[in-house]
Design a protein. Structure first.
Length: 272
């Protein structure tokens, strides 16, 4: 059971309103494929990174903070049984339409990820989340909860903001630009306000070792850690955006995302 008082009803309502208001523009400005598994804007997709299991047929998969669930749809197309959760019904409405177009079933759930244990039934073979966990106030607890919903031998794929990406681009000299990060151990958060100025969300950044420790403390073993370099070749991206592409040169200098693959050990054999 999760704590019904956390996050507070007003935080849940405000977070939902923020993402509901953004959903239409988010899905229009970003072109996210539903036949390939992505790792965020301009990032090489799974055809390049190869973090997914070789076959996903019949796997029980859960996507956390799914947006329109393009990754769940891509997995469902390959025979996985997918559940996808997001706080925003407006984001999920796009997902329902995309799943219909793809001719696949996804089990959509709406609600705050902090209440995951009340909203989905585990265990899952694969839990994946792209750039959603950094929006929760207590990502360590979230990683623990997600780890608890994985079955023995299960895999988690977690995409979060790279701590260096929290830095600020500065012009040092006429032809020299670089990232200024005031404190690597406490990277600044990215507070975002809705277009109507009424709702805020906060994207948090943490050192690489902090995420690693949270995964380890959740009983998982990290077996891959990738800092992908955004792709110049649009054909290698499952997540395309004109706006991001305009900054490609800078984005290719400092990683935007950190991708962890972590596995849960099979249950130990007990002697009779
Ligand atoms: C940056 S978007 C990423 C969406 C999707 N994973 C993708 O890559 O397109 C973050 C998503 O997390 C969802 N989200 C934010 N806070 C949440 C929360 N507390 N519980 C569930 N979903 C949340 C938002 O509604 C949004 O769809």
């Amino acid at each position: 059971m999760s704590n019904p008082d956390h996050p507070s009803p007003s935080t849940v309502a405000s977070t939902r309103a923020y993402w509901d208001l953004l959903a239409e523009r988010y899905q229009r400005e970003n072109r996210i494929a539903t036949d390939r598994f992505h790792y965020g804007p301009l990032q090489p997709d799974d055809g390049v990174l190869r973090l997914l299991p070789d076959t996903v047929v019949g796997l029980r998969c859960l996507e956390v903070g799914c947006g329109a669930g393009q990754n769940s749809i891509a997995l469902a197309r390959r025979g996985a049984r997918c559940t996808a959760l997001d706080i925003s019904e407006a984001q999920i409405a796009h997902g329902r339409r995309l799943a219909d177009e793809a001719g696949v079933e996804v089990d959509w759930r709406t609600g705050p990820m902090e209440r995951l244990p009340d909203l989905v039934e585990g265990p899952f073979d694969l839990i994946h989340s792209a750039y959603a966990v950094p929006f929760t106030e207590d990502p360590a607890a979230m990683v623990r909860t997600m780890g608890g919903l994985l079955g023995p031998g299960g895999t988690m794929i977690l995409v979060v903001g790279h701590p260096l990406y929290a830095g600020e681009w500065l012009e040092v000299d006429a032809d020299e630009r670089g990232v200024f990060l005031p404190d690597y151990f406490h990277p600044p958060s990215d507070r975002r306000t809705s277009d109507d100025g009424r709702h805020d969300v906060c994207c948090r950044f943490y050192p690489v070792s902090t995420w690693f420790d949270w995964l380890r403390e959740a009983g998982l073993t990290v077996d891959r850690l990738v800092e992908p370099r955004p792709e110049a070749d649009a054909g290698a991206c499952a997540y395309e955006s004109e706006e991001w592409r305009e900054s490609l040169e800078a984005l290719q200098k400092v990683p935007m995302v950190l991708v962890f693959r972590a596995v849960k050990a099979n249950a130990p054999h007990r002697s009779p």
